[in-house]
Write a new protein. Sequence first.
Length: 593
Amino acid sequence: MEVSKRDQIDTRYKWKLEDIYPSDELWEQDFKELQARLSQFSKFAGRLKEPKTILEVLRLSDEFGLILEKLFVYALCRKDEDTTNDKYVSMYSKIAMFSSQASAQTSFINPELSQLPQEQLEQMAQDPEFKDYDYTLKLLIKQKQHILSKDEEKLLAMAGDFAGDFRDIFVMIDNADFIPPEIEVDKKTIKITHGNYSLLMQNKDKQVRAKAYKAFYAQYKKLINTISANYYANVKKNIFYAKARKYNSYLEKAVSGEDVPIEVYNTLIKSVNDNLDALHRYIRLRKKVLNYPEYNMYDMYVPLVEDADLKLEYEEATKLVKKGLQPLGEEYQALLDKAFNERWIDVYETPNKRSGAYSIDATTVHPFILLNYNKTTHDVFTIAHELGHAMHSYYSSKSQPVSKARYEIFVAEVASTVNEMLLLDYLLKTSKDPAVKKYLLSYRLDAIRTTLFRQTQFAEFEKKAHDMVQEGQPLTPSLLNSIYADINKRYYGDAVTYDDEIAIEWARIPHFYRSFYVYKYATGITSAIDISQRIINGEQGILDKYMDFLKAGGSKSPYEIMKDLNVDLATPGPYNKAMIVFKNTVKELEKLL
C-alpha cells in the first residue's frame, strides 16, 4: 500500500514537538547548558552526610533529569518520524550517550545514602523538607540490610560490568547465529525470520504452519546446547547476586526491587493453575470450530473467526474511543479532546517512520503518542491503549513532584488495558453485526490467553529453573526442555497433540534474560479486568479511586497503590474475577459459533 509522504499529511495529524522545543537550535542550546552542568555533581561525591547537602543534590538531580528528559523525548520523536534522517539519528545518539554519562556521574547518590545510619534515614523520611523524597528514603531503609560494606559494594559493581553479558550473548545467538530457514509457500520461497514467524503461525493453511513451525524450531535445536549453557550461566549469576545481597532467593530480590511482596508471584501461579480448566475448554472450542482431527501447538494462533475490520477513518475512530471511555467521566473526556486537538498524536504511517505504537511523557510538557493508523479494528484498540498510558503519565506528572511522578512497570499496563476493556465492552454492547461480535469475543479471549495464561506459564518456568539451581541441580538442555514441556502440557490440556518442538520454545524467549519480569504482564491484565468490570457495573466510588490511582505515580509501593483500588494481588480474588470473565466469554462465543 502506498503511504503518503510526511509533508503531504495534514498538520493536525502530526504531533506538535514544538511544544518541547520550537526549534532544533533551542534543543542544541539546552544540550550545551546541560553538558556544562553535569560537573556540578562531582562536588557532592563523598560528601552526602548532612541533610542540607543531601537535599541539595536530590533537587539538583530532579532539575537535571527534567531537562534531560525533554532533550531525550524531542530527539527520539524527531528520529522516529524518519529513521533515515541523519540529523535526528545523530541528535538521538548524542543525547543517549550523554544520558549514560549522566547516569555514571550521579551513580554515587544512592550507594552513599544507603551507607548512612538507619536512624538518620528514618529522621529524614519524617522531615517535611524531605516530603518529596520520603518514599525513596523508605525504600533505602528497606534495602539497607542488603547493602554490603564499601569494599564489597565496589567488588559487586566491578562484577556488574559483565552481569548483562548473558542477555547480549543471547541476542547475538538469536540474531547473528540463527540462520533463517526457508520454506515454500504458494510456489514461492519464503525465509522465516523473527519478524514474519508470528504471521506464518496465523496462516490459514495448516500445512504451511506445520512446515514453518518445524523449520523454525529445527534451527533452535541446532543452537540448544549453547542457549542452554548461556541460560544456566544467567541463572547462576542471578543466584550469586541474591546470595551476595543476603536474599533467600533471586525471586525475592527481583520483586523487592519494585517493592512488591513475593506472595503476589506465588499467588498468581497458584490461581492460574487452579483455573486451567477454563483454558482447556477454550482450546477444545478452537479444535471443534476449526474442525481439526488433531489440534497442534502451531494451531494456537490461527484466527478462530474472520477479522471484522471496522474500516474507520481516524476521526470516526477517535469518536468511537471517546464513547467507549465515557464511563471514565467528563474530566477524562476533556483530556482526550486536549490530546486530539492539541496534537499530542502522530497518526499516520509515512516513509521510514518507526513502526508500531508508543506513548512517551515529557513531564514539563505533556505526553506524545506515535501511531501508524491503518483503519483496522486492532488500530482502534491501539488508540485507546496508548491514550491509557498517556493519561496515566499526564495525571501522575501533574499530581506528583518529579521524584514521585514515574510509575513502576508493575502498574504500567493497567491504565492502558482498562481502556481496551472499556472500549471492548462498549463495542460488544452496541454492535449489531454477529461477525463483529464474534471477532471482539475472540479478541478478548486471545488477550487473556496470551497475557494472563502464557506469561504465567513463562513465570512458572523461570521460578522452577531458579529453584533447581538454588538446590544444586545443573540445568542441562534435556532438563530445561523437560521442565518447559511438562508446564506447557499442563497449561494446554488433553485436546492438544504435542510434539518435540514445543519443548524448546523456552530457548527463543528474550524476556528470560530479564528474569522475573513477565509476571507483571499477567498481574497487569488481571488488575485491568477487575477495575474495568467494576467501572462498567457502576460500583460506587470506583471512579474516584481510579483517578487517585492515575495520580499516584510512584508515590508508594505499586502493590499498595493497587490495594488502594481494592485490588490485592497477593490474594486469589482478582485472578478469580479475571477467570470468570474468561469463562463467560468462552460461553458467549460458543453460542455464536
